[in-house]
Ligand binder design. Structure first.
Ligand SMILES: [Zn+2]
Length: 417
């Protein structure tokens, strides 16, 4: 029986682009990771590589402990075929999804089984030294409980609710995270755990998780998250997460929305989408309309009840969001837009309003096959996306080069300087 986690698929690079042995091994390892148990002939037909070449690569992957012999599988061409699977006990990936008021952490095997998972309430205002220390301790405690040794941590992926420099894994001027500007999250974790570390924006990882849990017919995929802020993540038609030049791509929360140009945003500007359409902004708007103080939690529960004033407020905000989404649709023509956040779990109001504005305002060719839906992975999307990014890093050409490096090599884990 599969789970939300085990059903996700890794991106298989185009075999024609394999320039060297590490890239070829990366392709073979990902085919095996996606296939469960895969025979030599299946790898031959998927890659077009010669049987003897594949044998050589398989031997290296098996020696590195990344792939293992799965025994004799189904009968092929009249004889039983030896099959291979991704190693089940070679190592794990450590994943964290940080929000402004909590973090979730998980440890999974390379074959995508969840070995441990926990959620801790925090306040991100405590600053990176305390929060990242708590995340690191959670990883270490879970590894001890699961009897996982330090050298079995193969990669770490962390999602952060703010802009992240995608080259250096550094947090850059995050509006919702005072005290985090310039924090070298990647370097800290790579030095502590001595393995490859990926630090990315949390919404990017949610988009990646969602995209990998769906087929290629759902690409390009744009995920919009409505939470303490509003964010976006985009996965292209070839399955790649869009980072842009520096990692800022998709951060739609600070686009200006004309009719709300006076509303102050946490970033210091006025009239940003986040200042109008975040959960907190919706609650404040409802409070203003009803002459009371409304918390984000109260907004969600009154929306779930179908309270008329709440539905009106939420639909007004969703119309503003819909206009921004229509512009984005015209720009990048996604096949699927996923709107994530509690406000979409408890009612259809946001989705139906966004749909109505987008179909009205975007170009017909761009909306012909477009679907606008809620997330399939719920509040696990960020962790699942983190797992995908970590396993894809381990099985990347660079990851395989690192895990098959000769003794005495001076190659360092990603993130260590
Ligand atoms: Zn802003």
């Amino acid at each position: 029986m599969g789970s939300l986690w085990t059903e996700v698929q890794l991106l298989e690079a185009d075999p024609d682009l394999a320039p060297n042995a590490h890239a070829a091994r990366s392709i073979i390892a990902r085919i095996i990771a996606n296939g469960g148990e895969v025979s030599r002939s299946e790898i031959v037909s998927a890659t077009g590589l010669a049987r003897s070449t594949i044998d050589g690569h398989l031997q290296v992957l098996i020696r590195a402990g990344l792939v293992e012999d799965a025994g004799i599988g189904a009968i092929q061409r009249g004889r039983p075929a030896q099959s291979f699977r991704i190693a089940q006990n070679r190592g794990v990936v450590l994943v964290a999804d940080l929000a402004v008021d909590q973090f979730q952490v998980a440890i999974t095997s390379l074959d995508k089984r969840v070995l441990g998972q926990r959620t801790l309430a925090i306040n991100v205002d405590l600053g990176p030294d305390i929060v990242v220390e708590m995340i690191s301790q959670s990883f270490e405690e879970m590894m001890t409980e699961l009897s996982i040794s330090a050298d079995q941590a193969l990669a770490i992926s962390v999602g952060i609710p703010g802009p992240v420099d995608s080259h250096r894994g550094v947090v850059v001027r995050p509006p919702l995270m005072p005290g985090w500007d310039g924090y070298e999250a990647c370097k800290f974790l790579a030095e502590r755990f001595d393995c490859d570390v990926i630090v990315d924006n949390d919404v990017n990882l949610k988009a990646l998780g969602e995209a990998r849990s769906l087929g290629s017919e759902s690409l390009p995929l744009l995920l919009i998250s409505i939470d303490a802020g509003v964010g976006g993540g985009f996965v292209s038609e070839s399955g790649l997460l869009l980072h842009g030049a520096d990692g800022a791509a998709g951060d739609i929360g600070h686009m200006r929305v004309g009719e709300h140009s006076d509303v102050l945003c946490a970033c210091g500007n006025r009239g940003c989408l986040s200042a109008v359409a975040s959960i907190g902004a919706m609650a404040a708007r409802l409070g203003h309309a009803t002459g009371s103080t409304v918390t984000a939690h109260e907004l969600i529960s009154s929306l779930a009840r179908g309270d008329a004033a709440t539905v009106n407020t939420v639909r007004e905000v969703a119309a503003t969001l819909g206009s921004v989404v229509a512009d984005l649709v015209n720009f990048c023509n996604p096949a699927r837009i996923v709107i994530a956040g509690e406000v979409t779990f408890c009612s259809d109001d946001v989705l139906s309003q966004v749909r109505s504005v987008v179909y009205q305002q975007a170009q017909p060719l761009a909306t012909r096959n477009l679907s606008i839906v809620r997330t399939e992975l719920g509040d696990q999307a960020g962790l699942i996306g983190g797992m995908v990014s970590a396993i894809e890093q381990v099985l990347s050409a660079r990851g395989i080069q690192f895990h098959t490096r000769p003794s005495g090599s001076d190659m360092k884990p990603l993130g260590r300087t």
